[in-house]
Design a protein around this ligand. Structure first.
Ligand SMILES: [Zn+2]
Length: 71
């Protein structure tokens, strides 16, 4: 399920390099705001389902990358 204000990470990065998006409207289409540059895009539910990464994996990977950078 997708809800307003939910943060999703997409497989394909935005041209600005951002991968994290906030859901700002849920309807027939889903409107997302890029957290990196603030631009808006519309995706259909099917497109979002294909593009979205499971949050658990993304966070785990990010945590690993961050700990790797710090050391
Ligand atoms: Zn962007």
């Amino acid at each position: 399920m997708y809800e307003l204000n939910q943060i999703v990470r997409l497989k394909k990065p935005h041209p600005c390099g951002g991968k994290d998006w906030e859901i700002v409207r849920v309807g027939e289409d889903i409107k997302l705001r890029c957290l990196t540059c603030g631009r808006f895009v519309n995706l259909t539910r099917d497109e979002l389902k294909k593009q979205a990464r499971p949050a658990g994996n993304a966070e785990e990977k990010k945590a690993n990358e961050e700990s790797g950078k710090k050391v």
